[in-house]
Unconditional design. Sequence first.
Length: 113
Amino acid sequence: QVQLVESGGGLVQAGGSLRLSCVASGNTDSIEKWGWWRQVPGEDREWVADIHRGGLTGYRNSVEGRFSISRNSAQSTVHLRMDNLRPEDTAVYYCWTSPPQTWGQGTQVTVSS
């Protein structure tokens, strides 16, 4: 099993930056892909970015060029650097890994206009 703990959320003004972190524990050697998802109340959870074990990354169109995902394999940690934040980025952000598919508890990001 894998356990995930996120940190780094908070309140920021539009145009500001935040860095989310996710620390994995347990059977981390099994993880092939790390990712970040987000969810707004009443809406489906949506994929934001991911990074494969080999370093390949992917981003949803609306965050491309503003967000950057990185991984520190030695510390079993993945980060999401978010720059030029917009009010529409406001959501609960969840760390995700696979396999096995595992979710963190979520961290709130609020961007004020």
